[in-house]
Design a protein around this ligand. Structure first.
Ligand code: GTP
Ligand code: MG
Length: 306
């Protein structure tokens, strides 16, 4: 699925401008012919524009579950459908106004008067869907945050905020996620790749999760949940035992919750090994590189790449 190909959507004002600018360039041998040609242009430009927008949206019901749920989280499938429906409505209204204008000109009505009235009515129809056009443009921007995934063995990295998930993903893969010293830095899923014995594996960095029920989770946390639910072949659960931001107890409770909810293999590891001496589970440091090889081996075992 490629949401990056969705086109920018013009506002009503921009679209009206575009349509009438195109119509203004139209010529004809007589005033009547010119007027008819203008109407044909308005009809075509509008039709093509709406078609371009609708056709680039996928059929949402048929998307694989991961994408369907992501679209619902980031924008809402019913809302997108409603706005696409509004475009369809506008399109048929515009065509009706044009047909009427064509009939009137052919039956001898003053073409300038007809044109003026058609312009007014077309503009008013498009203004009525301004909200929908703006919504679709915002939706395009948000949908672009949904990563395109390949059909590769997949590692999902999860844990509390600020524990070093993004630093791990950056250390082992091609991904360049945001890393910062404050919690909730990562707000969307990002995908990187690594080679394991010549095989491609994808690794997904997720936003930090707090230990709380799903019904209390916000839109950003839900992205992590969806990745765990649909994408993970194996989960790397990162625990920061320095307790700088969150207690080990809370982190372990989240680990438990994840193990119970998703029934996926989970490898739980300590991060920031350069700052502490806990070694009752694998420990790594993204800073010094200590322990990273061992964790990659562990992943390989779980993905049965050997
Ligand atoms: N000393 C040390 N600091 C680290 C290590 N890994 C990450 N950090 C620091 O910990 C902070 C958080 O790192 P991130 O990788 O952004 O953590 P995150 O889990 O992705 O955080 P969120 O996206 O907010 O959930 C940053 O200031 C990092 O520089 C490490 O191995 N050693
Ligand atoms: Mg992060």
């Amino acid at each position: 699925m490629e949401f990056r190909k969705l086109p920018t959507v013009l506002t009503a004002e921009e679209l009206i401008d575009k349509i009438f600018r195109r119509a203004s360039k139209v010529t004809g041998r007589s005033s009547k012919e010119r007027a008819l040609n203008k109407l044909a242009t308005i009809s075509n430009v509008t039709k093509d524009y709406f078609k371009k927008i609708s056709q680039t949206h996928p059929s949402y019901e048929e998307l694989p579950e991961f994408y369907k749920e992501m679209v619902d989280i980031v924008v809402g499938i019913p809302e997108i459908k409603k706005s696409l429906g509004a475009l369809k409505w506008a399109e048929s209204m515009v065509q009706r106004v044009i047909s009427k204008g064509v009939r009137e000109i052919r039956s001898g009505k003053d073409e300038q008067a007809v044109l003026k009235s058609v312009y007014g009515r077309v503009a008013s129809i498009i203004e009525q869907i301004d909200k929908d056009l703006r919504f679709l443009n915002e939706a395009k921007q948000k949908l672009q945050e949904i990563p395109s995934l390949g059909d590769y063995p997949t590692v999902v990295v999860a844990g509390y905020p600020n524990v070093g998930k993004s630093s791990f993903v950056a250390a082992v893969s091609t991904a360049k996620p945001d890393i910062a010293s404050y919690p909730f830095t990562t707000k969307k899923l990002s995908v990187g790749f690594l080679e394991m014995d010549g095989r491609r594996v994808q690794i997904i960095d997720t936003p930090g999760l707090l230990d709380r029920p799903i019904s209390k989770r916000n839109e950003i946390e839900k992205r992590a949940i969806v990745a765990l639910k649909y994408l993970a072949d194996v989960v790397i659960f990162i625990i920061d035992p320095t307790e700088e931001a969150y207690s080990i107890e809370k982190q372990l409770s989240l680990l438990d919750e994840i193990k119970k909810s998703f029934e996926k293999p989970v490898i739980d590891v300590y991060s920031k090994a350069d700052l502490h001496n806990f070694r009752d589970r694998p420990a790594f440091s993204a800073l010094t590189g200590e322990g990273i090889e061992d964790i990659l081996k562990e992943i390989k075992k779980h993905l049965k790449i050997e």
